[in-house]
Design a protein around this ligand. Structure first.
Ligand SMILES: [Zn+2]
Ligand SMILES: [Zn+2]
Length: 256
């Protein structure tokens, strides 16, 4: 064994021991129920798997937003008769009460490590689709500077980074900016949601110079309800010549 190999082996053992101690002190947690997982595990726990599983692909779903449909319509009530700047997209989970709590922890309680498990769940279902779209970039929905300072991170960018690692599609974190601090969409009616986002997003002029003009991008976000946030982002990118815009979210929920 060469010196380098020996050193690598020694370091490997120490890293292994270090990781073991680390896991003992700070066990990984299930991203949905927040309970500690058995050592070495990093996934949705068995108990949560019984109640929450990613949306099946073979059920009737809205052709625009991927929400499950109760009848034989093509579109859900949120999407019926609506024109959007984006093509269509998917959410991995239905936004039910469990996922609402889970996303709350990811977003407001500093559990940023959950992004890794959630992104893996998203990629397992939609990785092949992501590649098929031919997207040149993943665009996380940006947060305003003020929110970023409060929270220390943007949960959508964390998801996008992980999805980029899996898919090889680059993530452009600074391309789209949130230039106006808006009210949380969840407290507003569909009409107010649209109004709330007027002038909220802008493509960074510096990035516009630096980056190639993409034909196709995928917007990444945590929750999709009526689609007004994704649409407001898409409008900005369409005016800059992006031809096809898709989205991939962790959850889709009903806005009506
Ligand atoms: Zn769990
Ligand atoms: Zn829909």
């Amino acid at each position: 064994m060469s010196d380098v190999e020996e050193q690598e082996k020694r370091e490997g053992i120490w890293n292994g021991i270090g990781r073991g101690f680390w896991n003992l002190l700070f066990p990984r947690r299930c991203p949905i129920c927040d309970q500690a997982l058995p050592a070495g595990q990093e996934a949705v726990c068995g108990a949560c798997r019984q109640y929450v599983s990613p949306l099946a692909e073979d059920i009737p779903r809205c052709r625009k937003c991927g929400k499950p449909l109760e009848d034989e319509e093509e579109y859900c009530l949120d999407c019926q008769g609506k024109r959007t700047s984006y093509e269509y997209g998917y959410g991995a989970y239905l936004y039910d009460s469990r996922m609402q709590e889970a996303v709350g922890r990811l977003k407001y309680n500093g559990r940023k490590e959950y992004a890794r498990i959630f992104a893996r769940e998203m990629y397992e279902r939609y990785g092949a689709w992501m590649k098929k779209t031919g997207a040149q970039a993943l665009i996380p929905v940006p947060v305003h500077r003020k929110r970023y300072r409060q929270r220390g991170y943007n949960q959508s960018a964390l998801l996008a980074r992980e999805l980029s690692r899996y898919s090889g599609i680059p993530v452009w974190e600074d391309y789209l900016l949130r230039v106006r601090d808006t009210l949380p969409q969840k407290d507003l009616s569909p009409g107010e949601r649209k109004q709330n986002l007027v002038g909220a997003f802008q493509i960074d002029p510096v990035q516009l110079e630096l980056k190639p003009k993409p034909e196709c991008v995928i917007i990444i976000d945590d929750i999709y309800t009526t689609g007004s946030t994704i649409d407001a982002c898409s409008v900005q990118m369409k005016t800059q010549g992006v031809k096809r815009i898709y989205f991939l979210c962790l959850c889709v929920g009903k806005g009506y």
